[in-house]
Design a protein around this ligand. Sequence first.
Ligand code: ADP
Ligand code: ZN
Length: 434
Amino acid sequence: MLYWEKEIETLSRKGIEKVQVEKLNHIIGIAMQSPYYGNLYAGMGIKPGAIEKIEDVRKLPFTTKQDLRNNFPWGFLSIDKKDVVRLHSSSGTTGNPTVIFHSKEDLSNWANLVARSLFTAGIRDTDVFQNICGYGLFTGGLGFQYGIERLGALSIPAGAGNSLRQIKLMMDYGTTAAHAIPSYLTRLYDVFVSEGLDPRRDTKLHTFVIGAEPHSEEHRRRIEEMFGVKAYNSFGLSEMNGPGVAFECSYQNGLHIWEDAYIVEIIDPISLEPVPDGEVGELVMTSLDRKAMPLIRYRTRDLTRFLPESCPCGRTHRRLDRISGRSDDMFIVKGCNVFPMQIEGVLMKIPEVGTDYLITLETIKDNDELIVEVEVKREWFSGDLDKLDRLTREINRRIRDEVLVSPIIKLVEPGSLPQSEGKAVRVIDKRVKI
Ligand code: ADP
Ligand code: ZN
């Protein structure tokens, strides 16, 4: 069968570890061709062949985003510049961008992983796949493009934004599957509705692939309900190629992370020791196939955990829980630690709540306040004001129960919150820093 790489995807744990140890020893040698790892490992006496069993990976130092920035742009390049055929750069959501280089072979391996991932989510060569995201330095565009082509589906490289055009493409070509960031899809639905269209009735969509930004289970269910599709979580980061790192299968019970291509660890971000299996910590990844720029024990800052038990689909590569956020997403307000996804989870369970929300932290009369602006349907503003008041109080209560801080809730009309072209900005911190 196409892109069901059965032998690899169902390897025993021992089999996976054997592949990982072999590849890691090889990749250490390649990484040492770069100025960064060359100096670092030589100084520490690390050599290819140093890894006998998978636990030995812990003898190697971590690589951080700061290391990438300090050695920008060429310090991690492990091959001759003339053999590099493409660069991608992270979206810079949390600071200066970083750059990742690819050789021809790297791009081909990446396309295989994306094709394998799409197959895992049930997409076939008979599908018409619309890729709704920026084509450029962002890896979601070209990353999916080559994967869709490798799988053999008909690709529509639609790019980001322009909802009316997206809808027209879907209707003209009978799009059956699409990839987009989740915050965009709820907005796209609003455009369907304002055009008098119903995606369940008026399109052939059956599958979405959603990712690139944190989103709650409730947000996923909403998208599925709105469009009448199955929506699969897709995880990736530029430093590990981009999309195609971890993907949900038809059971939608966590993301299989491709362990023949990556070594995956989950650590306590403070002690830097591995967390007990099943506990949440920071995801640390080693790329095993990339030659132009291998990254070893890269601290992703993404928080997740391994899910226990095997998956009924038969794939043996371990599953990650939905990413709950980045370690640096958490904010502290009135002494409580809050992750934006906790608030999203609450909001998306309330049927009256619309598609967008914005969290602002602001100092008001010397107190730090948590303000949550929430879109509700337009009809609400012309009707009974008591009803608005009751909804405000209800949202306040539910958020307070979840995060232990009483927020200021502001209900706003649809479309009134600022919208970004790419990943949604969920939190604005305007607090006066003392
Ligand atoms: P940036 O770090 O600038 O956003 P990338 O475009 O490489 O650059 O984005 C990768 C990051 O996006 C990941 O490290 C993670 O924080 C987030 N991300 C990607 N996919 C998902 C997903 N399915 N769920 C939650 N977060 C995701
Ligand atoms: Zn599975």
